[in-house]
Design a protein around this ligand. Structure first.
Ligand code: AQP
Length: 334
């Protein structure tokens, strides 16, 4: 059975971008032809400083968010990365395959390192090798991600291809990114040129999965827009990134096309559109926030679910890791 893998970092509270670009699609992919393996990638999160107590809490919050968004821990394998040691081991093997120059070219590294590239953790630079390990340790053939992860996915393909070539095997699949729908890049509510991000210093830039109805409505009301009326079709939004973003969010929340949304709002301004968007956002998010709170009331149950997921993940990952070591000539215990 083909396998789909994806992950989310517990590096902050999850956002509407994570929900529409990732979680909602993770849930929709369950029960299809492919087995679904979903991971809270805590080893990725610590490539930048995380307060230990806060991290523990955010891992549980992320698990609650997955389940609240509809990821079923029976249908999917749901776990946190650091409990399955194959990820870190495979990442080391890939550190010997990947080239340093590939890593320096990653735009996410350049953005996160800024002018400080000599002084960030080595892990931040090697991040894409760990991501390749996450995916290829399950021999996953497809990865649902947002647009921002496309370059990392290409690097995963490069690592798989180089490994297969160097060792003369056909061991790792060349994984396909699944970047689909209108919400593959949800933008900041304050700046239409930046993606909505959990680590943006401005809380007003994003909708958090834990925001209550009033906060969501207020953030949408204050979202940056222009003063023009809405056109009848998306073609008319070409140079209006903020307007385009709000229309896309609306469409993703209601499972419509942006054109279908615009057909209802043609000629109207944001005075009419924003309250309607706030209403659909609250309607979609409120049950998720409520279910998250319910899950979080029982942290021991979350821990048990993640432990069970880790056992299932281990059972898939270990034989693939062992085979990889054999191919590379690393002697294993008989
Ligand atoms: N704005 C977004 N629109 C659509 N999809 C998004 N994703 C993230 N932001 C958006 C998708 O969510 C998944 C998990 O992302 P991640 O946790 O690995 O980290 P990220 O992509 O770096 O997301 P953030 O929220 O911006 O985190 P920080 O601020 O910590 O870097 C991925 O599939 C991603 O595409």
């Amino acid at each position: 059975r083909p396998r789909i893998f994806s992950g989310i970092q517990p590096s902050g509270g999850l956002t509407l971008g994570n929900y529409l670009g990732a979680l909602k699609r993770f849930a929709a992919l369950q029960g299809g032809e492919a087995e679904t393996v979903y991971c809270i990638v805590d080893l990725h999160a610590i490539t930048v400083w995380q307060d230990p107590e806060g991290l523990r809490q955010r891992i549980r919050e992320a698990a609650a968010a997955f389940m609240a968004a509809g990821v079923d821990p029976e249908q999917s394998v749901l776990f946190n990365q650091s409990q399955v040691s194959a990820h870190a081991e495979m990442a080391w093997l890939f550190n010997t395959v990947a080239r340093v120059g590939w890593m320096y070219r990653m735009t996410q590294f350049k953005d996160k390192a800024g002018k400080n590239a000599e002084n960030v953790s080595l892990g931040l630079l090697a991040y894409p090798a760990l991501m390749a390990a996450d995916i290829l340790t399950y021999q996953a053939t497809a990865v649902p991600v947002g647009e921002d992860q496309k370059q990392h996915l290409e690097l995963t393909r490069d690592i798989a291809a180089k490994f297969n070539h160097d060792y003369g095997v056909n061991h790792f699949p060349i994984t396909e990114p699944l970047i689909e729908g209108v919400a593959t890049r949800v933008m900041s509510l304050r700046d239409g040129s930046k993606k909505m991000s959990k680590s943006d210093p401005s809380d007003a830039s994003r909708i958090n999965l834990t925001d209550d109805a009033d906060t969501i409505a207020q953030k949408i009301r204050k979202a940056r827009t222009d003063a023009d009326p809405l056109p009848g079709q998306v073609d008319g939004l070409k140079d209006r990134p903020e307007a385009r973003n709000l229309v896309n969010i609306f469409a993703a929340l209601t499972d419509e096309t942006p054109d279908a949304v615009l057909a209802r709002f043609e000629g109207q301004g944001f005075g009419a559109f924003k309250p309607a968007l706030a209403e659909v956002a609250v309607e979609a998010m409120a049950p998720i926030t409520r279910r998250m709170t319910e899950y979080l009331a029982d942290p021991a149950q979350i821990d048990a679910i993640l432990a069970r997921g880790a056992d299932r993940a281990d059972a898939i990952a270990t034989p693939i890791l062992d085979r990889t070591k054999d191919i590379m000539g690393l002697l294993r215990r008989p």
